[in-house]
Ligand binder design. Structure first.
Ligand code: CO
Ligand code: CO
Length: 323
């Protein structure tokens, strides 16, 4: 995206490419702006129905990360029409449609192509008041950082492919990925946060780095306070690490400073490339208790203060591990 020519100046473009935010926002009038995003990928789990639910929840998440309400949705489908049974595709789309309905959005179309490797996702249009847009570029020094889902999803789904994860732990990680971020977004709007993004392919520290860079701040994270799915540790022990997670680690090498107490295992989890992760919220300290109470009320998979935003080199992260 960096290599594209810049957009023509347009005062109604509220969020574009510049801040690596989760979705684009375009003002229609003083009361309304549309929020647009698209996301699709190859199966992360074997079960097509679960894959559909996860892909839809993941695509809708970028709308929630802007504080918006999803309105309309288009399916994006790639499928080997002559190689796989069409009932598999029907299950993927069924799972997706359930999540779209749960989000209160309408499926109004889509496009499919014949492709050797199945892929599924959504293009989503949402709506928001122009003054209520949650950006990733407005974190303030002193803010507390709050995470709404546990980490470990990328490593555990890799572990599932290698037969390392028990059925109960599999259901747990699928349940986390399938959970919409609507409750987290509602809590963020009601409590009033300064900045928001969702945690996906760049991992917790990658998305935090983007938020800090765009906001002109640094941060400290306490690894011990970060919620983590328990089945991740055995997967790491058996070296079930996704390529994307290792790539995130390399990209962040000069941007993150780990204290010696932070183990290699924790370093991997903090940069794990995630599908359908939670929201990362930057909230003023005096509003943090109210936010955590709202997150618990809306039953988000996690509600944890994991660190603090600071005035410092933009994008820099210090990771400690409190005893
Ligand atoms: Co996002
Ligand atoms: Co996305």
């Amino acid at each position: 995206m960096r290599h594209l020519p810049p957009n023509q100046a347009d005062a109604n473009l509220l969020v574009g490419l510049e801040t690596s935010d989760d979705a684009g926002v375009y003002r229609l009038n003083d009361e309304q702006a549309i929020v647009q995003t698209v996301d699709f990928f190859t199966p992360v789990v074997d079960d097509p129905y679960s894959f559909g639910r996860i892909a839809a929840a993941n695509a809708l998440s970028d709308i929630y990360a802007m504080g918006a309400k999803p309105l309309t949705v288009m399916n994006i489908v790639a499928f080997p029409i002559n190689k796989l049974d069409k009932s598999i595709l029907a299950q993927i789309l069924h799972g997706g449609s359930e999540k779209i309905r749960e989000a209160g959005a309408l499926l109004i179309g889509g496009h499919s192509i014949d492709d050797p490797e199945p892929k599924y996702g959504l293009a989503v249009t949402g709506i928001i008041h122009p003054k209520e847009v949650l950006s990733n570029a407005t974190a303030q020094p002193g803010d507390l950082l709050v995470l709404t889902k546990p980490l470990g999803v990328g490593i555990i789904t890799t572990g599932i492919k290698r037969g390392l994860v028990s059925p109960a732990a599999q259901s747990e990680v699928i349940g986390v990925m399938e959970t919409l971020n609507n409750g987290a977004a509602k809590a963020a709007l009601e409590a009033g946060v300064n900045a928001c993004t969702d945690v996906t392919g760049f991992g917790l520290l990658g998305h935090l780095h983007e938020m800090l860079k765009a906001s002109g701040c640094s941060a400290e994270v306490d690894a011990q306070k970060v919620p983590v799915l328990a089945s991740v540790w055995e997967c790491i022990e058996h070296k079930a690490i996704p390529g994307g997670t290792l790539a995130n680690g390399r990209f962040l090498e000069d941007k993150v400073n780990f204290a010696p107490e932070v183990t290699e295992e924790y370093r991997l989890v903090l940069v794990d490339a995630i599908t359908s992760g939670g929201l990362l919220l930057s909230v003023a300290e005096e509003k943090a208790e109210a936010l955590l109470a709202k997150l618990r009320e809306y039953d988000t998979p996690a509600a944890a203060v994991i660190g603090r935003v600071q005035a410092g080199t933009a994008g820099k992260i210090e990771v400690s591990y409190s005893a």
